[in-house]
Design a protein around this ligand. Sequence first.
Ligand code: NDP
Ligand code: 2IT
Length: 444
Amino acid sequence: MSYVDEVLAKVKEKNASEPEFLQAVDEVLNSLRPVIDANEELYRKEAILERITEPDRQLMFRVPWVDDKGQVQVNRGFRVQFNNSIGPYKGGLRLHPSVNLGIIKFLGFEQIFKNSLTSLPIGGGKGGSDFDPKGKSDREIMAFCQSFMTELCKYIGADTDVPAGDIGTGAREIGYMFGQYKKIRGMFEGVLTGKGLSYGGSLARTEATGYGLLYLTKEMLKCNGKDIAGKTVVVSGAGNVAIYAIQKAQQMGAKPVTCSDSTGWIYDPEGIDVALLKEVKEVKRARLTEYAAARPSAQYHEGKGVWSVKCDVALPCATQNELDIEDAKQLVANGCFAVAEGANMPTTLEATKYLQENGVLFAPGKAANAGGVATSALEMSQNSERLSWSFEEVDSKLESIMVNIFHNLDDAAKRYNVAGDYVAGANIAGFEKVVDAMLAQGVC
Ligand code: NDP
Ligand code: 2IT
């Protein structure tokens, strides 16, 4: 049995109840085959794959808090510190009722390779809770965030582990968590990123994931003889990533015509009105029905459905496994020629394979959405030197990072004779740096 198959079997046996984690490991290890096969003896002896698929540590803790009725509620908190070979653990905190250990492990595992691709010194980690922020008052959100940080603060620090936002965690939550960290540890340090601008946040971090997604997509199209300008774009999600992806797509001359939330989706043939979308989602924290009510050109549909809209480019920006084989077939039948993942693992393995086999340019999340964490690393640099850079400076660094990521994965795919397979290219390019650091640091 090959070393890859041996480790895949072991990982499946040890993590049988974690389907998302197994899916992420399956994709990465399978596409690393050419690299592993070429160094099989060394990697097997050093147990590189066993080590890279086992987190350094996984923390799980009780998060008790009091709701507005005086009732004590209990959630479960997580932080998985996966791999710090190239820098302190770095990755977001997801607050969503679906969160469990397997989901945090899949996200933490992906983050190792994503963070390596940014070319910045950050390791992989992820955390969160099964807390549902929907419908909670500001006071309840604060009570949860303070309790969560009361435990988490024992394990993180500016040079140890630096969390940030993800689904359900935005500037408000980061603010409450930062305040609690500061109070307990007595230190004002860059322990979280995505902070408010008045207390050490970076300009352009809010926009970074969505903007970065478009910078990479534009470069991928350009290198394949196409132009993003004038293209119809279908976007899912209506959160941080989706909003700024829509905004940058418009700035590049493309026309995004959809967005979605957890209850329904919008088709707006005149193009999404970003100012209205921000008002509905960022300010009012309301449902997309409010967008439709305020915009005569918009059609609102309940449930799922954005992938049925005819488009040139599709950008899944909501959550994992939101684009399945049936969706992929519809996209191909409708002439879609590029898919770039703003979310983490939004496309199922079967759908990814189908898209690639049908000639669709496919940029995987760990490359395409790396602009968020890359800009978080730029926030860490600014915090370390106690300076703040201008929006233009951060944005131009972000753009060069994204262009560079695309060329690194394109080159890696070519070096291993899988030209155009950007999934393999991203995994290989991300892995190379991490494995080099792991080997240099010995058995640890
Ligand atoms: P937000 O919480 O800001 O937005 C998530 C959006 O997706 C919301 O509009 C939400 O609907 C919608 N959604 C639909 N179905 C689901 C579901 N089943 N579970 C969760 N959300 C759902 O999150 P982000 O925009 O920050 O994150 C979106 C994706 O991008 C995630 O996969 C995240 O891991 C990834 N990502 C985020 C980065 C960042 O910097 N924020 C960086 C890199 C990746 P509703 O409005 O009803 O809640
Ligand atoms: O998935 C991700 O890369 C994020 N949620 C951002 C992580 C970060 O540390 O900025």
